[in-house]
Ligand binder design. Sequence first.
Ligand code: FAD
Length: 473
Amino acid sequence: MNKTYKTYNTIIIGAGLSGLSLAWFLFRQNPNHRTLLLEKEKRVGGAVRTYREEGFLIEGGPHGFLDNCPESINLLKDIGLDHVAQQAPLELFSRYICKENRLHRIPLEPFPCLRTKILGPLAKFRLLADLWKKPLSGEPSVKNWAEYRFGTGILPLVDAALTGTFSGDPERIKIDAIMPGLRHLERQHGSVLMGLFKKELFTVCDKQKSKKPPAMQNFPEGMEQLTLTLTGQLLNNTEHCDLRSDYEVRSFCKHGKLWKVIGPDNVNYCNNLVFALPVNAALHIINKNYQIPPSPITALPTARIVNVALGYPDTGQFPAGFGYLAPEQEKRFALGAMFSNNMFPGRSPRGHVLLEVLVGGRRHPERVRMDDGKLLANVLRDISQLLPISGDPVFSKIIHAGSGIPQLEDGYLGLLEWQKRVMVENPGLHICGSGWGGIGINDMIIEARRTVDSIISDRICNRDIDMPESIYF
Ligand SMILES: Cc1cc2nc3c(=O)[nH]c(=O)nc-3n(C[C@H](O)[C@H](O)[C@H](O)COP(=O)(O)OP(=O)(O)OC[C@H]3O[C@@H](n4cnc5c(N)ncnc54)[C@H](O)[C@@H]3O)c2cc1C
């Protein structure tokens, strides 16, 4: 092993969106803060990845994020992406849900459950039982909780919502893990509907607050424009931030007042060590450290997805809107599809449309493993029954997402308790990233911001960098 070492104020493991935003926030907070960003792969950006081929722009990971998060809005302004961001307002773009081989538009107005034709009159009436149902105790799954409060009629909508976010299974994901806010309303008001109604009333009375629904946003060069811009700005603006890619952190340990981070060919030391990694990648390293109590579970299940991108001549017949989702009950092959051109312009050559069909998810890992020919044939059969498509696509590309989406199932809440305890008991150690404080782009940026606030408010990181007291290789 090379015996050189360096010391930093902060070392960040992982240069996905979490790690990159963290490094940027640190730089903005204190330009002299010495940061080292360590990335296992040759490329940065992690799950965020955009492909351009034959004039089509295709996302391998996230397809956009809502523009209603102050931390993200400020970050985009700060790195100059606010002017170029493309917005697709939710109030203008319909979403569809598949029921009995047809696509039904989900109403855009408030309380869509009451307006949609997907629920019959009895199912709508049953929703009201929520008003006198006692809060459900324990840690119920999303399905059990929704069924108890609102009846079985709502389950296809719940299924579609979970497919559209986690590609998950409502029978396994825990309601307390993903919607603590709704559980809070249930406990505080004795009813979710009553709680929502009071909140709505409050917003209407509060003239200051905008009632405008948010927009989904992306960039002309795709989502990767965000991570590439962040990387470029970091490297151009500061000589105090080092980035090493193709560098896998193997282990770490406490070393006096410092953290020692061990990689393939050297070690580095820091006051603050941040795991900006998806839950499983972080647990893989942390659980090797005997100084830290083992986590209650060693991994979370993940949902893998394949994006089957298809280009067609534009016949003007595609439905307007974001795309559709297919609840599991419909027994369709694809989880749903995005009408990508409608949302964000410039994603296909002139006169063509781009359809991105998502397959797999928590319930169908076997479909992700299918060979490309079979996968494509199944997708084409599936969508031809739902969409006005005739003939073969003029373009197709199959993209396997590099990582899975963490599933907040059994043991997740215990894992969060453990995470908090580890951070409290080990000053200078921070854990954030995909699955820890949510799974979406906005969640990552919020957590990165919070982590930086906690680092900066820590007295230790504002002093000169400590030198290792003794070095043992
Ligand atoms: C298929 C898919 C679709 C998604 N769609 C959406 C969407 O539409 N909207 C939305 O808001 N969110 C979406 N998300 C979630 C969003 O992409 C993630 O929240 C976000 O990208 C996670 O960023 P991260 O930096 O925490 O993790 P990652 O992006 O996974 O980055 C972690 C980085 O750490 C590196 N690493 C791992 N181990 C080590 C190690 N030992 N040493 C050094 N480096 C290491 C990895 O190589 C990786 O680059 C999607 C996610 C996936 C997978």
